[in-house]
Design a protein around this ligand. Structure first.
Ligand SMILES: Nc1ncnc2c1ncn2[C@@H]1O[C@H](COP(=O)(O)OP(=O)(O)OP(=O)(O)O)[C@@H](O)[C@H]1O
Length: 257
């Protein structure tokens, strides 16, 4: 293990580099600046939470990493071939398009996992009884489980989840967060999780990046919560780190709702 990996406790490529680097990224549409001067490294198997107010540029950053749009300035460099998995914020199927769950899942590359590993995903995401159902008719929670399965079946080395818990009931949300927090070794990958759920974001040990067009602050949750930038954006929702002073937090845990 390189000195850098030892000192930062991050898993790097054989060349001592992170999996992905965003270097000086700007994105403009005409005169409107959507994100500016973004510098982010994501290490192998590292989970990074991306938070920020509405319109902060989070989905724009996701689209840039997915290659759906091109930076106006700066570079995105993958230091290993990327296998991207993506769970979008919204997934709408046109009513005239018949698309069964098994049709969507069949698009994944079958060679990337063994049949036992694929079955693990189906079982743990409770998909077996949904396979013949139309995507159009699934509930929000069922849709998110199918989309997560679709992404995992490709065995990504970078999984991007753009507000994956939107519209889910508290129990499903807790269960799904736990599932991604405890992925088995054969599915372990780097993750970028866009979330408005400050409780989940701040209770973990994952690195948090707070975006408001530019990166306002970043670090471990306990470091972040005491920064002026974080307090300015989220202080009224999140007065103190949850672990230390839960009574000061207005954002209740799902189990408390
Ligand atoms: N194609 C576009 N043309 C013009 N403006 C856009 C376009 N896409 C996004 N925007 C604007 O850029 C800003 C950032 O949008 P983005 O969707 O990245 O924010 P976000 O942080 O994901 O927001 P939210 O938390 O509400 O999902 C918003 O003000 C949005 O209206």
């Amino acid at each position: 293990m390189s000195l850098l990996a030892q000192s930062s406790n991050k898993q790097l490529t054989s060349n001592g580099l992170p999996l992905l680097s965003l270097n000086g990224i700007n994105y403009h549409i005409g005169p409107q600046c959507l994100v500016k001067n973004i510098n982010i490294d994501i290490a192998i198997n590292e989970t990074v939470s991306l938070i920020g107010p509405n319109g902060a540029g989070k989905s724009t950053l996701v689209k840039l990493i997915l290659g759906l749009i091109t930076p106006t300035a700066g570079k995105i460099v993958a230091h290993q071939p990327l296998q991207l998995g993506y769970v979008p914020q919204r997934f709408t199927v046109p009513p005239i398009l018949p698309l069964r769950v098994k049709d969507l899942l069949a698009q994944a590359d079958k060679r990337r996992l063994t049949s036992e590993q694929r079955q693990f995903i189906f079982d743990n995401l409770s998909l077996n009884h949904l396979l013949s159902r139309q995507m159009l008719h699934l509930s929000g929670g069922e849709t998110q489980r199918v989309l997560l399965a679709r992404a995992l079946l490709d065995k990504p080395n970078l999984l991007i989840l753009d507000e994956p818990m939107q519209g889910l009931d508290p129990d499903t949300e807790v269960w799904l967060y736990q599932f991604i927090d405890e992925l088995p070794d054969f599915l372990r990958c780097a993750m970028l999780v866009v979330s408005h759920d400050l409780h989940w974001v701040m209770k973990g040990s994952r690195r948090v990046i707070c975006l408001n067009k530019h990166i306002c602050c970043e670090g471990q949750p306990s470091e972040l919560a005491i920064t002026a930038e974080f307090q300015k954006l989220f202080g009224h929702h999140y007065e103190q780190p949850y672990v230390h002073q839960p009574h000061a937090c207005e954002h209740h845990a799902p189990s408390e709702l």
